[in-house]
Design a protein around this ligand. Structure first.
Ligand code: DX5
Ligand code: ZN
Length: 226
């Protein structure tokens, strides 16, 4: 993974056909996805359940770009090595998931991969201020995590604060939840560079009609780039 601040679109496979992940991942990458976003949910930190390490490991050979794994689980530390071994390029943990986010980020980097730290809508930007040097990405949630297809919550001022705190450090700002061509420009202007989108990418398309994915990705990217 090299660092730059250009706009990157990361489709969330939470909105893909669950019976056909390999082909879905190949389709979104062929249609312009920059990263592939994998939402891990535990039915405890969030009210939904998704992918264990064996599922993530099965996705890995299909991902040629960046496998971006968003852990919505608590506790998190006990599972870091399993998700790193499953092939994540970057693992993101929530500050709200436990008392020791510094230790969690250390453990992720200790596994030899990039570390992300996520903020729920109710958590202030200041929660990451003192651990920024441990992070390769800050994820600002624009929905309460747990489900795709929710309405965007405007976190623009938080994104600006995080962008200011980061300064010239090589740390991505990711946005997740309700990103579409109308909301993407707001967060991009505030300083975000990695835009996760589930429903806005997969809507209307399929592995048999993949150009719809391409059109959807392009619409978000064009809107974000102004
Ligand atoms: C929400 C997940 C998101 C979700 C985004 O808990 O973290 O990644 O899939 O879905 P959309 O883009 O449909 O809001
Ligand atoms: Zn996510």
């Amino acid at each position: 993974m090299t660092f730059d601040r250009s706009i990157k679109i990361a489709p969330s496979i939470l909105s893909a056909d669950f019976a056909n992940f390999g082909a879905e991942i190949q389709a979104i990458e062929a249609q312009g996805a920059d990263w592939v976003h994998v939402d891990v949910m535990d039915g405890h930190f969030v009210p939904n359940l998704t992918f264990g390490p064996p599922a993530v490991k099965a996705f890995r050979p299909h991902v040629k770009t960046v496998m971006d794994v968003h852990l919505m689980i608590s506790p998190v530390d006990a599972y870091i090595d399993a998700y790193a071994d499953a092939g994540a390029d970057i693992l993101t943990a929530h500050v709200e998931a436990g008392p020791h986010i510094h230790r969690t980020l250390q453990a992720i980097r200790g596994a030899g991969i990039k570390a992300g730290v996520a903020l729920n809508p109710g958590t202030p930007a200041s929660a990451v201020e003192d651990i920024l040097d441990m992070a390769d990405m800050v994820l600002v949630m624009t929905v309460n995590p747990g489900f795709g297809g929710q309405k965007f919550i405007d976190m623009t001022s938080k994104v600006r604060k995080v962008r200011e705190m980061i300064g010239d450090r090589e740390i991505h700002i990711q946005i997740d939840g309700g990103v579409d061509p109308t909301t993407a420009p707001l967060v991009a202007a505030a300083g975000a560079d990695v835009l996760v989108a589930g429903s806005a990418v997969f809507r209307g398309g399929s592995v048999d009609a993949p150009s719809v994915y391409g059109d959807n990705i392009k619409a978000i990217r064009d809107a974000a780039q102004g």
